[in-house]
Design a protein around this ligand. Structure first.
Ligand SMILES: Cc1cc2nc3c(=O)[nH]c(=O)nc-3n(C[C@H](O)[C@H](O)[C@H](O)COP(=O)(O)OP(=O)(O)OC[C@H]3O[C@@H](n4cnc5c(N)ncnc54)[C@H](O)[C@@H]3O)c2cc1C
Length: 320
């Protein structure tokens, strides 16, 4: 098995980002790809990965992995890498995965490339693409030693449901003493209504063109009419108009909804890298020379204060 994909899961559900990386790995690496899942009581979650096309999943299942802490997972992955002989280990970036990947890199003395937006596997050899120089260029990166560890931008790839089942192989792990030193004291979750921007099929994103924090009402109304989520540019989250958790782009989240509607967004490269994999991009901007029109699929040159309410009205009428 040349390639392992870390399947991060919470509440029994494998995360969308991991399934996206798995889909890409299977597309370019064929059946020489396996999943790896670490947790407590993960048999069902491990088996569920089969529906996303992977035939083999390594499972490390023990009470010590109940809390989503990185260090025990480093021990688990080290054991799976040894058992499988994998030379490529892929992660979808998240707070947990980034820590596990960094720990594994130190443990195995393995090279880690991060912020990956695309990758290829050719004859088991991994090469990847990532933005560089403030996201102004895309570069190809490789590894000079094995195993190769890659941390892929969250949302870079969409999961592909194929149907099917996976054979789950249990791997036993003896944890290092220091790996259980940290305890999870408390876990809290932000309450949100509607889909998150990572999961939404439709995103309505607002930029400085909304004029003021109140302008986001237009984005929220349009998102509600389309059953979508609201995102924002860095310019507006920095200005305190909308929460940081909704920022899309180089220093925010990467998203790939089916439809991305950009309201009053200029289309700076640092924003583009976070949403360019969207299915269809619709831009509404009063400036016909705004860069966003260079990569939007549909463009409306006009005042968003007039266009957005009309779109919302049409969407509501369609739904009705
Ligand atoms: C290191 C670095 C990292 C960065 N990371 C990110 C990131 O993660 N995400 C991100 O988004 N940015 C990021 N940026 C900032 C980025 O460079 C841009 O400054 C930012 O994306 C611009 O946001 P904006 O499109 O909302 O604002 P602007 O660039 O000011 O664009 C506003 C647009 O609204 C249009 N407009 C105004 N009024 C109306 C109206 N009434 N109707 C229709 N259109 C209207 C204007 O024509 C204009 O095109 C980063 C920058 C740096 C240097």
């Amino acid at each position: 098995m040349s390639t392992l994909v870390f399947l991060e899961h919470h509440d029994g559900l494998i995360q969308k980002g991991s399934l996206g990386v798995l889909a890409r790995a299977l597309a370019v690496g064929g059946q020489d790809v396996a999943g790896v899942i670490v947790g407590h009581g993960v048999a069902d979650a491990a088996a569920s990965a089969g529906a996303y096309g992977v035939s083999n999943v390594y499972a490390v299942d023990a009470p010590e992995f109940e809390a989503p802490l990185p260090q025990p997972r480093v021990d688990a992955l080290e054991a799976v890498v040894t058992a499988s002989g994998a030379t490529n280990i892929l992660f979808a970036a998240s707070v947990l995965s980034a820590d596990v990947a960094a720990g594994l890199s130190a443990r195995l003395d393995a090279g880690l490339n991060w912020d990956i937006t695309d990758f290829e596997i050719d004859g088991g050899e991994l090469t990847a693409r990532r933005p560089a120089l403030g996201d102004t260029v895309l570069v190809t990166v490789g590894w000079t030693t094995t195993p190769r560890i890659a941390l892929v931008r969250s949302g870079a790839f969409e999961p592909v449901e194929t149907g099917g089942s996976a054979t789950v192989k249990d791997v036993a792990v003896t944890l290092r003493e220091y790996s259980t030193a940290a305890q999870m004291v408390e876990q809290a979750q932000e309450q949100a209504s509607g889909p998150s921007i990572e999961d939404a099929d439709v995103i309505v994103a607002g930029g400085r063109g909304l004029g003021a924090p109140e302008g986001f009402k237009l984005a929220e109304e349009l998102a509600a009419a389309l059953g979508g989520a609201v995102a924002a540019t860095r310019a507006v989250v920095d200005a305190g108009w909308y929460p940081y958790s909704t920022q899309v782009g180089q220093t925010g989240k990467s998203v790939s909804p089916k439809l991305y509607i950009a309201l009053g967004i200029s289309g700076a490269i640092q924003h583009k890298v976070g949403m360019q994999n969207s299915g269809a991009i619709v831009a509404i901007n009063k400036d016909p020379n705004a860069p966003i029109f260079d990569f939007a699929d549909f463009g409306i040159v006009g005042d968003l204060n007039a266009v957005a309410p009309k779109l919302a009205e049409l969407a509501r009428a369609r739904r009705g």
